[in-house]
Design a protein around this ligand. Structure first.
Ligand code: ADP
Ligand code: MG
Length: 317
């Protein structure tokens, strides 16, 4: 089921939250909407989900406008950051909620719930617990199983991993992607975290102040961002030493040959190192896979490929 947004606009008390957003998304794919806090992500998702009415524009599923359908009659399910589970029901009963409404009962209901809990990596022993007796990650898994139980065509996810610890975030991110792929669902996932957005997205949508700044594949937008604003939202930039362009820090090489500089500081970030180098005309930040082998104060040269320099017409610097 394709999802198309056509010229969506929304204001709150005269302030624009969303303006002129037009996107066409394929039936089965993972789309991430990335933008800073206040850029209109939640507003966009709530309009698609039917929790909010837009001032302008149309939401279409398989070509048909759904603007007049209430949330519960749209073939979509929203997964919220705070899980929004029924607190008085066990995990299994939370998952059984939608199938029960559809008239599924008895052994068939039990089988369905067990399959769904298994699909999200929870065993039945956890099924008897109420949400309050589960960890945040387990609650989010239950919320996902409950969402899948209603067999939606689209899952709408609002910062679903934001409240979780980092290792758990990565694990649940892989679970979400796996579920999307196996079931051939459409996922529309909003997040302010560029790493999460790029890891998940087949299609990456970048929002800024309620407007569409870019749509493309993560790799393409990261390597060739259409504007400085998009480049900055997707990752760190450092000034091209001695020039007017920009570089990604991982594209700056440290060695003996190149523009001479001096190490100002080094930091171990775990899976990579960051090195600040003072060069003529400013500071250059480099990222490398291992220890840079040079201490603060030591001389080092920086080099880069001219083809990787990003240049933008707008000059904010
Ligand atoms: P995001 O999810 O990207 O952080 P939101 O969609 O929540 O952004 O908000 C976009 C803008 O709309 C913000 O300026 C926010 O303050 C405003 N806004 C959102 N919801 C409401 C509301 N119910 N009433 C008034 N202003 C709102
Ligand atoms: Mg939000």
């Amino acid at each position: 089921m394709t999802l198309a947004l056509d010229n969506l606009g929304k204001s709150y008390a005269g302030r624009r939250a969303l303006a002129g957003v037009t996107i066409a998304l394929p039936a089965a794919g993972y789309t991430c909407v990335m933008g800073q806090s206040g850029s209109g992500k939640t507003t966009l998702l709530r309009i698609v989900g039917g929790f909010e009415r837009q001032d302008e524009g149309t939401v279409r599923l398989d070509g048909a406008a759904v603007d007049r359908l209430p949330a519960e009659r749209r073939p979509v399910h929203t997964l919220f950051q705070d899980y929004a589970l029924f607190p008085h029901l066990s995990a299994a009963d939370n998952v059984a909620f939608a199938p029960r409404l559809l008239g599924v009962r008895g052994a068939e209901l039990g089988r369905r719930v067990a399959r769904l809990l298994e699909a999200v990596g929870l065993d039945m022993s956890k099924g008897a617990r109420r949400p309050a007796a589960l960890s945040g990650g387990e609650q989010q898994r239950v919320a996902l199983a409950r969402a899948l139980a209603g067999e939606p065509r689209w899952l709408l996810l609002d910062e679903p991993l934001a409240a979780l610890d980092r290792p758990l975030r990565a694990e649940l991110r892989r679970l979400l992607k796996g579920v999307q792929r196996e079931r051939g669902l459409g996922c529309l996932h909003v997040t302010h975290d560029p790493e999460e957005a790029m890891a998940l997205a087949d299609t990456l949508v970048v929002l800024g102040e309620g407007r569409l700044l870019a749509v493309g594949s993560p790799a393409e937008l990261y390597a060739r961002p259409p504007s400085l604003a998009v480049a900055r939202l997707l990752g760190e930039l450092t000034r091209e030493p001695g020039g007017r362009g920009w570089l990604r820090p991982e594209q700056v090489r440290l060695g003996a040959a190149g523009l001479p500089g001096r190490v100002r500081a080094t930091a171990c970030l775990g899976d990579r190192w960051e090195v600040e180098v003072e060069v003529a005309g400013g500071l250059c930040v480099a990222r490398c896979a291992g220890p840079p082998g040079r201490a603060p104060g030591e001389a080092v040269a920086v080099a880069w490929d001219e083809a990787q320099v990003l240049r933008f017409t707008e000059d904010e610097a």
